[in-house]
Design a protein around this ligand. Structure first.
Ligand code: ADP
Ligand code: NI
Length: 221
């Protein structure tokens, strides 16, 4: 096996290249932010750094959403890469389990796998979906899907199945209620909960301002 630092360097180049054409919610910069957050959380939570780094780098390498729902492409690309550089099979299995169990829509199914490293990387990904960046990503995704950013006549649907959730593009504001505002209470680690609290409040402030402008109210402070 090459040394871990070298493998990480090669993985960064590989992933950056693969993600360069993605829309901005799932581009290299999303992965880069998740990677940096995973390193921060891994240190705080004393998780295995290499496993967290690798899982963060590969977590969106082939999002099933953009591959006709195929959930096997990402794990395949990841294990091929790791095998090529001689990473031990125990670590490969762990990394693959993390990335296949991670996405929010998948978590609507029961997952029978958990580890500290999984907790860290899932938190890092979820933190990138809230706060100012989470807001930016949601509106960017809405534009990409051509959904309206708000329609007061369409109410949020909190009881969607996995398939309905994937197909749903009612409005970006609804997405706050269907996902973004639920994430704060779904963080696994203490360190992520702390960060989520601030980002959550920022979204509430944003929504408050949004509705007041929509209703043409002049804010008095
Ligand atoms: P994950 O890959 O973490 O499961 P998604 O792929 O569902 O998350 O979402 C990626 C980004 O796009 C997130 O920031 C998410 O909030 C946003 N997004 C997903 N679905 C919608 C939607 N229907 N409307 C607006 N934004 C969305
Ligand atoms: Ni992601």
């Amino acid at each position: 096996m090459l040394n871990k630092k070298e493998i990480i360097k090669l993985a960064i180049v590989f992933v950056k290249n693969k993600l360069s054409k993605n829309e901005s919610g799932h581009d290299w910069w999303h992965t880069n932010r998740v990677y940096n957050m995973a390193i921060y959380l891994a240190r705080k939570e004393k998780a295995d750094l290499f496993i967290c780094q690798m899982a963060a780098l590969f977590h969106d390498i082939a999002d099933p959403k953009f591959h006709n729902g195929d959930e096997n492409i990402g794990p395949k690309i990841t294990s091929d890469f790791l095998k090529k550089y001689g990473v031990d099979s125990y670590s490969i299995i762990h990394i693959i389990k993390i990335i296949s169990s991670m996405s929010f829509s998948k978590s609507k199914d029961k997952i029978d796998f958990f580890s500290l490293e999984f907790a860290v990387v899932q938190d890092a990904d979820r933190l990138d979906a809230i706060g100012a960046i989470g807001i930016a990503r949601a509106f960017s995704y809405g534009g990409y899907k051509k959904s309206p950013f708000y329609d007061p006549e369409i109410k949020p649907n909190l009881k969607m199945t996995k398939v309905e959730y994937r197909k749903n593009n009612a409005s970006v504001i609804n997405h706050f209620y269907e996902k973004l505002l639920l994430l704060k209470d779904r963080m696994n680690t203490k360190s992520a909960k702390k960060i989520a609290k601030k980002r959550h409040q920022f979204m509430l402030d944003f929504l408050k301002q949004f509705y007041s402008e929509w209703q043409n109210k002049i804010l008095t402070k």
